[in-house]
Design a protein around this ligand. Sequence first.
Ligand SMILES: Nc1ncnc2c1ncn2[C@@H]1O[C@H](COP(=O)(O)OP(=O)(O)OP(=O)(O)O)[C@@H](O)[C@H]1O
Ligand SMILES: [Mg+2]
Length: 278
Amino acid sequence: MHEEPTDRFSLFGFKVDRILGRGGSGVVYRGFHPETGQPVAMKLFHENFFSNAGHVRDLARSVKTFQTFEHPNVVRIYGFLSGDEGHCLLEEYIDGPDMRWYLENRPYDMQERLVIITQALNGLQYIHDQGFTHHDVKPANVLFTRKGQAKLVDYSLSRQGLLSMLTGRGGTDQVTPMYVAPEIIRKERPTPRSDIYSLGITMYYMFTGQLPFQADSLQKLYYCHLRVVPEHPSVINRRCPRNLGDAIMRAIEKDPARRWESCDQLRIRLADIGRSRI
Ligand SMILES: Nc1ncnc2c1ncn2[C@@H]1O[C@H](COP(=O)(O)OP(=O)(O)OP(=O)(O)O)[C@@H](O)[C@H]1O
Ligand SMILES: [Mg+2]
């Protein structure tokens, strides 16, 4: 976890005590509700995150819907604040590390990782059932509570954010689009199956310890997403069983029609794989 103290002491009237993390879209602070003292995560967007006022309005409107979302594997959204201090998303504060930290620091445990990915799939299916696409599934957007429950964050924040990612603009610590589906590179509309692709890349990393594509430029990376079939996960990691490797390969098919139809379908397959290994 990269928590660091901050000299900022207030944001939109919330007391702030630390930075929880930084990403391509902004800085995430821990704040405390002025009346209840309840801790919240406050994502303060970078100035260049929003392309225009319409974009801000769109997000503010979506947030009204997100506020009604309630699922054990989805981070709750409390509201969206705009003012002199910028634009800020108020979210449930999650007190554990994110999955990026987990993968870098925890030893390989297949069953444990299957449980985590199953929880992420449950959350993602819920988001899809509400008629939304996540758009940014990756390890940094899976957070853990201290009890080890996985929760998806940063769902459907903006298509614009995604576009700026594709053109390489945006914040300086912009993450390389390692997880982006081929159809999005082709500028087609993202669908729930685009999320399944991103989750598939995440799984590839979880169960092999490496990303499927290692490219030294954005262009080459896109080429790989579009055309290169990576090595089967079970070839890279002998502790990744063949049927699990197959399930991952199906999630990252180039053609969305050949991928898993839904998160539920993949989740059921993983349950079988988990049982067959006990
Ligand atoms: N609701 C939250 N509760 C606790 N910590 C959070 C919360 N949201 C984000 N964080 C922390 O802040 C870090 C940075 O989040 P942020 O979303 O800004 O970056 P990112 O996911 O790496 O990139 P992107 O901006 O593309 O989503 C997360 O990885 C996590 O550690
Ligand atoms: Mg994030």
